[in-house]
Ligand binder design. Structure first.
Ligand code: CDP
Ligand code: MG
Length: 719
């Protein structure tokens, strides 16, 4: 369901005939100093249109001079299952030379900051060193946090393999709705959000002997709260060791936050990476990236390519266009193999990116910023960086939150470039100008806590008994305004009373690893006898970003199939239709294929659904799951609006835009993928806003004034 402008992006990609000229400025970039050195003899080059790849006169000529020799022993052998070979491999990692230093410093210090370049072995090795040094004695475990689910699962898999144990036994992972750990687990990779939740049941984290907060430079909100909480328990648990690992050099901030904790620096292996900038800004970075891939492929020596894109949709668009062109060019070019990695990817497919390509084949990896520092793919020699990232953006004034694609920071761009210099001298192609790099990009990313909705974390802090939020030690305190906004919303949701104390509803909410808004829908649904339906809808929503696919040449058929499920009341009901149909067909894979529905996505939703039902019977017993078949649709509408009351929008009198009933800052529109795109009802509720060229509401359903009055009157008193 491509948006109009996305469609035009796609059709652009298919126009192979047009000649595109991408020209580059070249400069030497020696990562040892982290300071890009301007190169006087700038080279202007013209990229060729990849349709004419064999016209060598149009090829780019690269300046190969000034490449510094790397360390002699930099080549790492490819992994093998033999255990002594594995031991050898592990000893080859840069972090190994610091093994004893690391353990000794931890003996005498409770907190240690470890800084080391990506790929140096922090994430996979440090927890193993702790384990080997006996930190798992007395039934204690070692936890290592990751901001991303994919990283937690893929690294746990890798470490289980290195230790030659079964994943889920000694080495495991815990991510939301998926727990592969057991009582035998001594090394656990866990998302930062899930470790945060462990504070609820074990406020002293007494099960652990050591906690490693990894990827601390990413400054996710959960990591930030964890740091504050950990600082708190250092006093009561002097034996607990805390390791803060980061890929960037700005470690002082972490050190001073932890009372000048020592910093261990692990110099990485690095080869120089030559940076190429475009001469002028690129209007379409997807197209420019595509051209650059073929340009590299036809002119540059062997070595794999890593392309940084912003999300699953972009990656899929690119993958299709790339495979298209590869097919068209046939044996005119050397073989290429395309693979991708992004946040919600199923773990079976993930591992493909680590497979070495067949001899003579070049691997092209399309990745989100997960490949920036969280995971390392061996063999990358070329990086293509459009310079964008997808982020959530929150306006505490209006309470509006949306996902936007924004320029990445200079720090991110340098991390991305660095990925090209691991196996030998590399090259990074930035699809933006040098001027832009120095003048338009921010030096560092804005910490998530300063640009996100705080409702979930504040609920969590309150349930941990941290009532004075303004006194909580944040590395970068969020604005008072966004704290107040979150408290207001929690009050409106019934999680807090007028004294700001947690209510029974609030306590129940913390049981669910979901946004409080979603949990509110579930809790209320039992009143209306539609908990089963509501859990299904919410499981589907939380996994539905890429439920449908539209294969090339069958897009119309796919659209027609999807339309069969459309429900007049909107997308929540459409999702329920799909869920029920799939269930009626015995959760069949073939059925999914026939309907152009992503089977893996539905499977994940099924897993989430089962866990939500389990939580409901835990907190409300069988009573909570009792069904009321009368007036089901109305009851579901009531359950939905009880949580999403702040997301009610009214069709404006002119045009097809919508305005929020409260706190509107401008129009938003029904997403073209919605069942309501054509009908345009007067009043809708939406699940989330996505900003592309316009502010789009994703997942909308019909509501009416009576419902708003009944279920959300408390929020719209002045309306
Ligand atoms: O955390 P850091 O970036 O310092 O490195 P790491 O994630 O511990 O990775 C260390 C090395 O393990 C990488 O350089 C890869 O060569 C290897 N590795 C791998 O081969 N397969 C994985 N799934 C993960 C890591
Ligand atoms: Mg790491």
């Amino acid at each position: 369901y491509a948006l109009p402008e996305e469609q035009s992006k796609k059709s652009l990609l298919r126009q192979n005939k047009q000649t595109q000229n991408t020209s580059w400025e070249v400069e030497q970039f020696n990562r040892a100093s982290q300071l890009p050195l301007a190169n006087e003899d700038k080279v202007t080059e013209n990229a060729n249109d990849y349709e004419f790849v064999f016209d060598e006169s149009q090829f780019v000529t690269y300046d190969e001079a000034d490449i510094l020799p790397g360390d002699e022993d930099d080549q790492v052998a490819s992994p093998s299952s033999a255990s002594d070979e594995m031991a050898e491999l592990r000893k080859n990692l840069p972090v190994y030379a610091y093994r004893q230093d690391f353990l000794n410093t931890l003996e005498t210090n409770q907190v240690l900051i470890v800084v080391g370049e990506t790929g140096s072995g922090k994430t996979t090795q440090l927890p193993q060193y702790l384990y080997e040094a006996g930190y798992s004695k007395n039934n204690l475990a070692i936890a290592c946090t990751q901001p991303r689910r994919v990283a937690a699962t893929s690294i746990a898999t890798r470490v289980a393999y290195e230790m030659n144990v079964k994943l889920g036994q000694e080495v495991g992972y815990t991510i939301r709705f998926d727990d592969k750990s057991s009582k035998d687990t001594v090394i656990k990779y866990v998302t930062d959000g899930m470790l945060l939740r462990e504070f609820l049941t074990d406020p002293q984290l007494s099960h652990y002997s050591a906690i490693m907060i990894d990827e601390a430079h990413e400054r996710t909100i959960s990591t930030e709260i964890l740091l504050g909480l950990l600082k708190d328990i250092t006093v009561t648990r002097p034996q607990l060791k805390i390791i803060i690992a980061s890929a960037t050099i700005n470690a002082e901030k972490f050190s001073s936050f932890f009372n000048n904790a020592p910093i261990l620096n692990i110099p990485g292996r690095r080869f120089p990476v030559k940076i190429h900038y475009t001469k002028s800004p690129e209007a379409n970075y997807i197209q420019a990236a595509l051209t650059t891939i073929f340009q590299i492929h036809t002119t540059q020596e062997s070595g794999d390519i890593l392309v940084f894109l912003t999300g699953q949709e972009e990656i899929e668009t690119m993958e299709e266009a790339l495979n298209d062109s590869i097919d068209k060019l046939g044996d005119q070019i050397e073989p290429m193999m395309v693979c991708s990695i992004y946040a919600n990817m199923a773990s079976e497919v993930q591992s493909k990116i680590f497979d070495p390509p067949p001899q003579g084949t070049r691997k092209v990896v399309l990745a989100t910023n997960i490949a920036e520092t969280s995971i390392t793919i061996d063999g990358i020699k070329y990086v293509i960086d459009p310079g964008y990232v997808k982020q959530n953006k929150y306006n505490p004034g209006t309470g509006m939150e949306s996902l936007v694609i924004v320029p990445c920071s200079r720090a991110s761009a340098d991390q991305r470039a660095g990925r090209a210099g691991r196996i030998g001298p590399g090259k990074c192609f930035r699809l933006f100008t040098k001027w832009c790099f120095y003048n338009e990009l921010e030096a560092n990313p804005v910490p998530e806590i300063l640009r996100t909705n705080l409702t979930s974390v504040i609920l969590l802090l309150l349930s941990l008994g941290i009532n004075d939020l303004l006194k909580f030690e944040f590395m970068d305190p969020p604005s008072k305004q966004s704290i107040i906004k979150a408290l207001e919303l929690l009050y409106a949701l019934g999680a807090l009373n007028s004294q700001g104390k947690l209510t029974k509803t609030g306590q129940k909410m913390t049981e669910f690893p979901l946004d409080p808004i979603l949990t509110k829908c579930i809790l209320m649904s039992s009143k209306f006898g539609v908990t089963i339906q509501t859990c299904a809808i919410i499981a589907m929503i939380s996994e539905s970003t890429n439920l449908f696919y539209r294969p090339k040449g069958k897009a119309e058929l796919a659209d027609a199939r999807k339309a069969q499920f459309h429900h007049d009341l909107g997308d929540h009901f459409t999702l329920l239709n799909i869920w029920r149909a799939w269930k009626d067909y015995g959760y069949s894979k073939e059925w999914c294929r026939d309907c152009f529905i992503n089977y893996k996505t539905l499977q994940r939703a099924k897993n989430v659904y089962a866990q939500l039902i389990r939580l409901c019977s835990k907190i409300g017993g069988a009573e909570m799951l009792q069904e009321n078949k009368e007036d089901e649709d109305r009851m579901i509408q009531k359950a939905l609006i009880s949580g999403f009351f702040m997301n009610v929008c009214r069709l404006s009198r002119m045009g097809d835009g919508y305005e929020r009933l409260k706190g509107s800052t401008g129009g938003c529109f029904i997403h073209p993928s919605s069942a309501l795109y054509k009908t345009k009802p007067k009043l809708v509720i939406y699940y989330e806003l996505v900003l592309t060229s316009k502010e789009y509401m994703r997942c909308c359903s019909v509501v009416d004034d009576k419902l708003v009055k009944e279920m959300a009157g408390h929020y719209y008193v002045n309306k």
